[in-house]
Design a protein around this ligand. Structure first.
Ligand code: G3H
Ligand code: 13P
Ligand code: ZN
Length: 324
């Protein structure tokens, strides 16, 4: 069942966070749906501009529609990750996406408001939810690389004003995380002090945390032991901080890098251990199982495990009341 982010956030807010995972191919798609069902958790499928270019947007849509039929129990959002205005309109007009992110966070405040406002109007007219971003994370996303010195945390006062002016449904906040595998030097922690202030200014409003991969040390070590050359200083978000963040209004937690690490570890180890094989279905099968297990482990950390039937029933109830 495809739901909007706004519907899902109404049920989850303050209790648990929903994992948002990027997909690019068939193996990730199977793994994600299986992991969601295995842990009885809703999830958010994220599609980046890069993924739309890599796989073709029609291939991704067809794959998700197929997965919906294969796994009818799943409850999920189809979301555009880090969209520009043009891509947001393409997704809204497609009638397939139930949520888009307009990322104009690199623009000055007024311009960010102006662009986001336009996207919100067009999206809401079609019942599509909008995530916007204020503040700037460090790291690389799409074609934009934000040098560490230029990353800036979300200003809690501005956040309140931004939501009021734009009418967005959720707000991605910069609270100390960054995209990719190298998030923290020294102390590893989300800026809970900033998050608390944002929530105080926006009580009940869904917040989003990007750059939330946990980058497990064990994964880095296994990849390097199997021939990889990742920098051992790689460091992510402590996954024991997901739930405390959820209690402070973070309702969507974005995880992509960790899935890439699972993929890299599985394929490096498989090819190392089976040098005589050349059937890609061997490592593909292992990856789907490992990725499903990984998603299920995230659901536990996010507090979303075993909420599936409650979420489905609550959303159906919400829809019934809205129609009445
Ligand atoms: O924040 C970006 C996500 O990790 C997606 O990455 O743009 O390389 O598909 P991508
Ligand atoms: P990670 O790089 O921490 O997985 O973050 C992903 C993300 O924020 C996608 O929008
Ligand atoms: Zn992101």
């Amino acid at each position: 069942m495809i739901v909007t982010a706004a519907e899902l956030f109404k049920v989850a807010y303050g209790k648990f966070a929903v994992g948002a995972y990027n997909i690019n191919n068939m193996e990730q798609t199977h793994g994600l749906f299986r992991g969601g069902i295995q842990s009885q958790s809703p999830f958010i499928i994220q599609i980046s501009k890069g993924a739309r270019k890599y796989a073709d947007k029609r291939m991704l849509e067809a794959m998700i529609r197929a997965a919906e039929a294969i796994y009818p129990e799943a409850v999920f959002v189809v979301h555009l990750d880090h969209g520009d205005e043009e891509t947001c309109y393409d997704c809204i007009d497609s009638g397939f996406y139930s949520s888009v992110m307009i990322d104009a966070s690199h623009e000055p405040f007024e311009k960010n408001v102006e662009i986001t406002r336009r996207v919100v109007e067009r999206a809401h007219a079609k019942g599509v939810s909008v995530e916007a971003e204020l503040g700037m994370l460090g790291g690389v996303e799409e074609d934009v690389k934000v040098e560490e010195g230029h990353a800036c945390l979300t200003d809690p006062e501005q956040a309140k004003e931004f939501v009021r002016l734009t009418g967005c449904d959720s707000l991605a906040c910069a609270i100390g995380t960054s995209h990719g595998a190298y998030k923290f030097k020294g102390k590893q922690s989300i800026r809970f002090d900033v998050l608390e202030k944002i929530q105080k200014n926006l009580p009940g409003f869904p917040l989003v945390m990007h750059g939330s991969s946990s980058v497990p040390k064990s994964e880095i070590m296994r990849i390097n032991a199997a021939g990889g050359k990742l920098d051992p200083s790689a460091c992510g978000v402590d996954d024991n901080e997901y739930l405390p963040a959820a209690k402070l209004g973070v309702t969507k937690i974005n995880i992509d890098t960790d899935g890439r690490l699972v993929w890299t570890r599985v394929h490096r180890e498989y090819l190392r251990d089976h040098p005589e094989e050349f059937d890609f279905r061997g490592p593909g099968r292992v990856f789907m199982t490992e990725y499903a297990n990984f998603i299920a482990s995230r659901s536990e950390k996010l507090g979303s495990a075993n909420t599936l039937s409650e979420v489905r029933n609550s959303i159906l109830e919400l829809r019934k009341n809205k129609a009445a």
